[in-house]
Design a protein around this ligand. Structure first.
Ligand SMILES: Cc1ncc(COP(=O)(O)O)c(C=O)c1O
Ligand SMILES: [Zn+2]
Length: 398
């Protein structure tokens, strides 16, 4: 027996998985997908399965032939001994989510989310985005044959991401405002037109994203670790926590890792709330950071994000743009691994927490590098390494 249904995180009301709702009709709070199954995978039963998120089918919805997939998931987990020494932890692993089909972790969520859009008979899909969501949705909806509408903050999206949304044929609207304002428009247009909303407030998207936790468990073989995640809307950190909690619930693991959220100091409402111990969030009106993927002041999933951090015994931290740039440079030059600035913030955050003594020198950390470095090939990131121009002839030394 396998049953997936929706439960409100506020009032606990339950709804069938077949109804199209993004929030609780009774109290307006966020919805969780609850997975109730008799049997789940184990290390042995996973052998020989497809190398994508769909290898974990027991804990995902069934779409049969209607599944929309580009082979997302199953990304490398790379051990970094040099970086571990520099940062000051015993072991450090990087999860290369930038190697997903459109270059970010969003693909995990879109495979499930766009499959769901097809199942409910949607003809169009919509999202607001700091870039990666739009790139991913544009690709998956193209594959599914659905119309795609994306809203992005004008001038605040990395060039590669906007390029991706356009090349896959999405209808792109550049909003004269920030992400939070773009999201309000997307939610309103979705309810007016019936376009299926694929922001992370949609609980089915999170279902796809939780699979990164299954992979960390499968690849590393243990979960007494710190998982460090860049946080914007906090959909992903809550998805990761959900994945580990399901493994714990079904007896696959004994411990849920500590989840560590990292934000940019110019856009840090979640870190502020965790650090202050407050019981509700203070939204930021004008978020600003060079890491545009996490330039979010009103995180729509804040309740789920805070729950993930607190229930896992984790914490949150904010780091400056300079620390993020320095972390990217370090990663790229010492380990040969580069990623988006948002992903690099995890290294900066980890360093900070080790310095503060919150994470001990004998601990293990897995940093989730959420997006591909080529999405944002801007000069600022490589300003420290200026190419030398030389004549084509008569070169004596290099
Ligand atoms: C590269 C990257 N990292 C992190 C995030 C933050 O994820 P979330 O909004 O689920 O917290 C995003 C969101 O757009 C992203 O694109
Ligand atoms: Zn409710």
């Amino acid at each position: 027996m396998k049953r997936l249904f929706l439960r409100c995180i506020g009032c606990g009301a339950e709804y069938s998985g077949d109804v199209v709702i993004y929030r609780c009709p009774r109290c307006g709070d966020l919805l969780d997908v609850v997975v109730d199954v008799d049997e789940v995978f184990c290390r042995e039963s996973l052998k020989g399965r497809v190398e994508s998120i769909w290898r974990y089918a027991e804990l995902l919805p069934d779409f049969g032939d209607g599944v929309v997939t580009l082979g997302e998931g199953f990304t490398p987990l790379v051990k970094c001994e040099k970086l571990a020494r520099i940062v000051g932890v015993r072991e450090l692993f990087l999860k290369l989510e930038g190697l997903n089909p459109t270059g970010s972790f969003k693909d995990r969520g879109m495979s499930v989310g766009v499959s769901m859009a097809l199942r409910i008979g949607a003809r169009s899909v919509i999202c607001a985005s700091t870039g990666n969501t739009s790139a991913s949705l544009a690709a998956y909806s193209a594959r599914a044959g659905l119309e795609c509408i994306v809203l992005i903050p004008e001038g605040k999206v990395a060039v590669g991401k906007l390029f991706q949304a356009r090349i896959h044929g999405a209808k792109v609207y550049q909003v004269r405002g920030n992400f939070d304002e773009a999201l309000s428009i997307a939610i309103e247009r979705s309810s007016e037109t019936g376009a299926y909303l694929l922001n992370s407030v949609n609980p089915w998207r999170i279902e796809g994203q939780k699979t990164v936790s299954f992979e960390v468990w499968e690849q590393l073989g243990r979960t007494d670790i710190n998982v460090v995640v860049p946080v914007g809307n906090s959909g992903n950190i809550s998805a990761i926590c959900k994945g580990f909690k399901e493994l714990e619930m079904y007896g696959v693991i004994d411990d849920v890792p500590r989840l560590i959220g990292v934000q940019a100091s110019g856009a840090a409402p979640i870190a502020e709330m965790v650090r202050s111990g407050a019981s509700s969030i203070r939204f930021w009106d004008s978020p600003e950071t060079i890491a545009t993927a996490i330039r979010i002041g009103k995180p729509v999933n804040w309740k789920k994000g805070i729950r993930a951090i607190r229930e896992s015994g984790g914490t949150a931290v904010s780091v400056s743009d300079e620390e993020i740039l320095e972390a990217l440079r370090l990663l790229a030059t010492v380990e040969g691994v580069a990623c988006e600035l948002a992903g690099a913030s995890t290294i900066a955050g980890l360093r900070r927490l080790v310095d503060e003594g919150v994470i001990g020198g004998d601990e293990t950390a897995v940093c989730i590098l959420t997006g591909n470095v080529l999405k944002d090939p801007s000069e600022q990131l490589v300003a420290w390494n200026v190419p030398t121009v030389i004549e084509a002839e008569g070169v004596k030394s290099i």
